[in-house]
Design a protein around this ligand. Structure first.
Ligand code: ADP
Length: 547
């Protein structure tokens, strides 16, 4: 017997319809590429998303055709999120920090039909347009009078003229909720990039889950600043969850330096912000140097790479901001776990709470996880056993776009498919996940594993260290030994010996790095994470002093 409830597919268009009807005057504030601040509302976004849909309908596109963006976080990008997916096309957000050849490769692989870009990416478009035969129209996200005259880019139009003459009325089509809605290529540190192809259903379920009290705790009373880019896993789903609750969104545009981000937080009464640790590193540095405080910010979700405990403490103790440590990946839409305390933890002293908060957190309902040993046998949740982390759930990929890389799933005895995350982790009896490392970054020393994350966390807890990256280097006896590359804070001093001494008592003796390498900068990849592959290349001639 089937249930007798209405059969209504979960479609992204329903989010923007809801936001307009119930929170139509909710503010959307954007710092633009031009540098000024632009203000609109959920009602304004909804109206222009319908113009986008009408403009797309005039382009002889097929259902599921890909529309690409090379754009910062801003209101026009949000209109495309809804106009493109809502009308049945697939929004392909491209990471502009990738190399032009990679961008061209991705656009060709996705068979993008139209590409919309912020004017700051015009040089990139000029570099790639001739290599992207499937793209028949290039749309600059600007007013008609800002369109460059001699760009050399064929079929270039301004976004405002493209949607300007379109009707603001549009009936969002109804279709299968499993239809593709958007796509995002993984950075492809090994091999060619592969795309996660999200569906309306997966996006909607993720949007509900992300807003929950033990996840991002979003409400209509929030003012939300996604520093995490809309070109990287849909800004962790915030553009969708924000519409669901009707909160204010504040988009930082291209200005991601500490000063600009801080000023926007204060000017727009931001209560909740989201980003990777490197962004917050810059902001905390700026605040510390200038003796600044927050007036309304009360929590921030930090993920994408491990959040050092020193950062959690700095936010909490100096600024009274709760850090929600999160873990996820492109293939997971991206949220997997988020770290919030349980009721029984509230009475614990701050130090014991920090021990919990530095973990990546508990699984969000909808995500099933387990750790397994090399033979695929499930390991206990005792907080000690570490193994390969596998996940499954309705917003986790079952296959990459065009079947690239074959079947990625690992079947269990019941035939259920689990996605191997490539991470090594422990899970404690309370269900808190702790990422030990990416399996390719873990340091294998004398048959034991050393977590590069743990070694880095200790280094950045030293007052003179701004940034640290730990890699393994060849050792004739131990196979690999850890070394730590560090960037000092401006005007701060620390010697190799002092830093190595700082490790004593904080980790097992054999896990203390063999050497410290002082560097001017640590290479950062397209998604704001430390690029260990590049660091290994840079240090390829390095020899251990202990050999
Ligand atoms: P890529 O970096 O390959 O583009 P993602 O951006 O999807 O892919 O990154 C996913 C990976 O980032 C995870 O598998 C994990 O290794 C790492 N990661 C994400 N969040 C955290 C976190 N809070 N702590 C440690 N590692 C994290």
């Amino acid at each position: 017997m089937l249930g007798l409830m209405q059969d209504q597919p979960l479609l992204i268009s329903s989010l923007i319809e809801f936001a307009e009807r119930h929170n139509g005057d909710g503010e959307i504030v954007s710092r633009r590429v031009e540098g000024d601040i632009h203000r609109t509302t959920w009602g304004g976004i909804a109206s222009r998303a319908r113009q986008v849909a009408n403009a797309l309908d005039g382009e002889q596109l097929l259902f599921s055709d890909r529309i690409a963006t090379l754009a910062w976080n801003g209101y026009r990008h949000l209109e495309l999120y809804y106009g493109v997916s809502g009308s049945g096309r697939v929004l392909h957000t491209i990471n502009p920090r990738l190399h032009p050849d990679q961008i061209a490769w991705i656009a060709n692989h996705a068979e993008d039909q139209i590409l919309c870009f912020d004017l700051s990416f015009l040089p990139l478009v000029q570099a790639v347009h001739a290599k992207c035969p499937t793209i028949r129209k290039w749309i600059a996200l600007c007013d008609a009078d800002k369109l460059p005259a001699d760009s050399g880019v064929p079929n270039l139009v301004s976004y405002e003229s493209w949607i300007g003459g379109q009707s603001t009325a549009y009936d969002w089509p109804t279709f299968d909720e499993n239809s593709a809605s958007s796509m995002c290529y993984t950075s492809g540190t090994t091999g060619n990039p592969k795309a996660a192809l999200y569906s309306h259903r997966s996006t909607m379920l993720h949007a509900y889950a992300a807003a929950l009290p033990d996840v991002m705790r979003l409400s209509a009373r929030d003012s939300v600043l996604p520093v995490v880019p809309m070109f990287h896993v849909n800004a962790w789903g915030i553009p969708y969850s924000a519409a669901l609750v009707g909160c204010k969104i504040v988009f930082p545009g291209p200005a991601l330096d500490g000063k600009s981000v801080y000023e926007l937080i204060e000017a727009e009464g931001v209560t909740f912000a989201a980003g990777v640790p490197t962004v917050w590193q810059m902001m905390l540095g700026h605040m510390q140097a200038n003796g600044l405080k927050f007036s309304k910010l009360n929590r921030t979700v930090i993920g994408g790479s491990a959040c050092p405990p020193a950062m959690i403490t700095a936010f909490q103790e100096n600024y009274n901001v709760e850090v929600l440590h999160a873990w996820g990946m492109t293939e997971m839409s991206p949220l997997g776990t988020l770290c919030t305390l349980k009721n029984k933890h509230l009475a614990l002293p701050p130090d014991a709470q920090l021990q919990i908060r530095m973990k990546q957190g508990r699984a969000i309902f909808g995500v099933d996880m387990k750790i397994v040993d090399g033979a695929g046998k499930e390991l206990p949740w005792d907080g000690k056993a570490y193994g390969d982390l596998l996940v499954k759930g309705p917003w986790i990929v079952k296959e990459y776009f065009k079947g690239e890389g074959g079947d990625p799933l690992i079947r269990d005895e019941q035939g259920r498919g689990w996605f191997p995350t490539g991470d090594v982790a422990t899970i404690d009896p309370e269900g808190y996940l702790q990422i030990t490392d990416r399996s390719k970054d873990v340091i294998k020393s004398g048959g034991e594993w050393i977590s590069s994350i743990e070694i880095e966390n200790i280094a950045v807890a030293h007052p003179a260290i701004a940034m640290a990256a730990c890699i393994g280097v060849y050792h004739p006896k131990w196979d690999e030994r850890p070394i730590i590359a560090v960037v000092k804070k401006p005007n701060a001093e620390v010697t190799r010996e002092e830093l190595l001494k700082f490790y004593e008592g904080k980790t097992a003796k054999w896990q203390i790095p063999d050497d410290v390498v002082f560097v001017e900068a640590i290479p950062i990849g397209a998604t704001g994470k430390i690029l260990k592959t590049r660091l290994r290349e840079l240090l390829k001639d390095y020899k251990l002093p202990t050999c």
